[in-house]
Design a protein around this ligand. Structure first.
Ligand SMILES: NC(=O)C1=CN([C@@H]2O[C@H](COP(=O)(O)OP(=O)(O)OC[C@H]3O[C@@H](n4cnc5c(N)ncnc54)[C@H](OP(=O)(O)O)[C@@H]3O)[C@@H](O)[C@H]2O)C=CC1
Ligand SMILES: O=C([O-])CC(=O)C(=O)O
Length: 267
């Protein structure tokens, strides 16, 4: 069975994903969906990595079995909700978008109306299976700390009142709930949203974000306690050269989710 997918967004994740799946016999990039100003660049990526894909500004009505979103928060309302309503299943990378009040419920309603399902990928973090399972027994505390090199926070509120390029010591740039973190840092705190949605929820998950000149990786730490016991997780992820805000593991997580739709055995 060949799964024909539409890729939403053709930036760092989208391009690296196309590169990894181009030789997969049972996956076919049927469409690449981008904003008007991104059509030229997406055509050039398609020419190199997905010559049979249509480059469009909206998900085609025909010939698409699945959509994979890697376009940013705005792509959820623009492309994912309508696709779900028409019965097309979706895999979502921009999990932080679900920090908007009402959006998780809208996604659920759209998927229910379309008789389909939306999958949020684990992305740059691990142990989401353990956390979601632990929730069933009852969680007490979940803490998430995201630590990245200073320049990975450029173009974010972390720049207010400080020069990221000249930081000499680790600096806490945010402390608060996962909901606030995901809202304020849409390109850097998707993991905060993922951890909270799997665990204690967007408002009860404590988040710290740190700009640290001593690290070269994107470091994600989760500490959880509950009836299951406790765990501490540290991920030291290599950033993508095309976008240092984003870890390479996010791409692998998206590819894994995609391959899982075509594979006869899934782990
Ligand atoms: N779940 C996780 O663990 C992680 C999730 N992410 C999220 O994944 C998403 C993609 O990341 P990444 O590839 O690194 O980001 P990039 O900025 O490299 O690529 C995103 C691309 O999508 C385009 N785009 C913007 N809006 C839309 C839209 N409405 N429809 C289609 N395309 C759109 C952008 O265009 P333009 O630049 O012109 O706006 C850009 O080309 C981001 O939301 C990011 O925050 C990232 C890392 C981890
Ligand atoms: O890719 C990462 O390391 C995490 C990230 O950007 C996010 O949580 O949005």
């Amino acid at each position: 069975m060949t799964v024909r997918f539409a890729l939403i967004g053709c930036g760092a994740i989208g391009t690296a994903l196309l590169e990894l799946v181009q030789a997969d016999a049972d996956l076919q990039a049927a469409a690449i969906v981008v904003p008007a100003h991104g059509m030229g660049q997406a055509r050039s990526v398609a020419g190199r990595l997905a010559p049979n894909a249509r480059v469009t500004q909206s998900v085609p009505f025909l010939g698409v079995d699945l959509i994979l979103e890697a376009g940013g928060h705005s792509a959820i309302e623009q492309h994912v909700l309508p696709a779900l309503q028409r019965g097309v299943p979706a895999i979502v990378a921009s999990v932080g978008a679900l920090s908007a009040h009402g959006l998780p419920e809208q996604l659920e309603a759209a998927a229910r109306d379309g008789g389909t399902q939306v999958q949020l990928i684990a992305g740059a973090i691990g142990a989401i299976d353990a956390l979601a399972a632990a929730r069933i027994g009852g969680l007490e505390t979940v803490r998430y700390t995201g630590r990245k090199p200073p320049l990975a926070w450029s173009g974010t509120p972390a720049e207010q009142g400080r020069e990221l390029e000249t930081l000499t010591a680790e600096t806490v740039i945010f402390e608060g709930s996962a909901r606030e973190a995901a809202h304020l840092y849409p390109k850097n705190a998707n993991v905060a949203a993922t951890v909270s949605l799997a665990g204690l929820g967007l408002d009860r998950t404590a988040v710290r974000l740190i700009a640290d000149p001593a690290v070269t990786e994107n470091v994600h730490q989760v500490e959880a306690t509950g009836a299951f016991g406790r765990f501490e997780l540290t991920m030291r992820n290599q950033p993508l050269s095309a976008n240092p805000k984003t870890s390479a593991l996010t791409v692998y997580s998206a590819v894994r989710a995609l391959r899982g739709r075509a594979a006869p055995l899934v782990i």
